[in-house]
Design a protein around this ligand. Structure first.
Ligand SMILES: *Cc1c(COP(=O)(O)O)cnc(C)c1O
Length: 355
């Protein structure tokens, strides 16, 4: 078997959920487990986050998987339903849905259901992705209030710049203005807002990336927020090469040695989810020592500099990210964000769960 694997720490998930609860003590925490639990496995993530007040996913299949596994808490479909034929299962299984479009309102109005559905009405307060503009909010709310298929209503918005210097003051004010005439609960904050802006911690918070132990804010480390890494992506060296000065490495000869250089070839490539655009110098650890990648990442392998790790031979343990190497640092080097790296871990990488 290829030696690559991703280990998932349930205690780190529990710890990070406790951090979210401590930062938003008056809010209910909705654990966002979309995208296969940010790459950690939907049921693995749910297991570690079972103390959450709710779960958020995208598809009905994920919602039903959680219900079938016995989770009784609120389960919210973040983009709502996509077609009217999903509504009966949503109603029967007490799944909550985001309502963001008139199309959805019409489908809700004309459905025949056994039980009404809890909805999160989404306001577009400036992100211009999903939701109703503030000036349309009253009209939609009036329709939903009289719709027989609607149970309770929560008002929701999503911030475009909670992790940026721009912050959330403007969209928060827009939301409050449009929502002030109503007594409905609010759901506003994502991880970045939860950590940075206590004023956004309303009845619900929707925590995603922080639960997986990475930082939602570019300039702050996860450790600063006391978040613990959940996934450790590891493999082994399967070949050792020695380059003389002037010799080059891998596809495109992206790296050329200026001196004698010892190279480890690691069983991990972009088909495992490691970013192909990670340049020479991306942090990685071999046999417990921090070092760097060299050359171009290939489909199934990548190269590490082991010149200063003489004990590293075939079989040496390699951590791509996890405890020694933060996924945020790898993401930064590859000019992306931890979200993308975690979600991209490929189905061929076995996920191993430990307490
Ligand atoms: C993904 C998502 C979240 C979680 O965002 P994080 O930055 O991972 O905390 C919250 N709300 C909505 C609507 C989302 O789509």
């Amino acid at each position: 078997m290829r030696p690559i694997q991703a280990t998932i720490s349930l205690s780190a998930l529990e710890h990070n959920l406790a951090v979210a609860k401590s930062k938003a003590p008056k809010s209910k925490v909705m654990a966002v487990v979309k995208a296969n639990g940010y790459g950690h496995g939907l049921l693995n993530a749910a297991k570690g986050l079972k103390a959450a007040d709710g779960f958020a996913i995208l598809g009905l299949d994920e919602a039903l998987t959680l219900r079938t596994a016995g989770y009784k808490q609120t389960i919210l479909m973040l983009e709502g339903f996509f077609s009217a034929d999903e509504l009966s299962a949503i109603s029967e299984q007490s799944i909550s849905i985001v309502v963001h479009s008139y199309k959805q309102v019409e489908m809700l109005e004309s459905a025949n259901l056994t039980a009404p559905i809890s909805i999160h009405l989404k306001m577009n307060a400036g992100m211009n992705r999903l939701g109703f503009k503030p000036q349309d909010f009253e009209l939609v709310l009036a329709k939903l209030q009289t719709c027989k298929n609607v149970a309770d209503i929560t008002l929701m918005e999503h911030f475009a710049t909670a992790d940026e210097s721009l912050g959330i003051a403007r969209p928060l004010a827009v939301f409050k203005q449009a929502a002030q005439a109503h007594q409905y609960p609010h759901s506003l904050a994502n991880s970045a807002a939860l950590l940075r802006f206590p004023e956004a911690n309303a009845d619900w918070v929707r925590a995603g990336i922080m639960l997986y132990g990475t930082s939602p804010i570019a300039d702050d480390s996860a450790a600063k927020f006391d978040l613990k890494p959940v996934m450790q992506l590891t493999s082994e060296i399967i070949s050792v090469q020695t380059l003389e000065a002037g010799e080059s490495l891998g596809y495109g000869h992206l790296f050329t040695a200026s001196k004698k250089t010892r190279i480890g070839v690691v069983a991990c490539g972009y088909a495992d989810g490691y970013p192909r655009h990670a340049p020479n110098g991306t942090p990685i650890a071999v046999a417990g020592t921090l070092t760097q990648t060299l050359g171009r990442v290939s489909m199934d392998m990548l190269f590490v500099d082991i010149t200063n790790i003489p004990e590293a031979e075939i079989g040496a343990y390699v951590e791509m990210w996890g405890n020694q190497v933060s996924v945020d640092d790898v993401a930064h080097s590859a000019e992306t964000i931890s979200y993308e790296l975690l979600c991209a871990v490929a189905p061929r990488v076995p996920l191993k769960v430990f307490a």
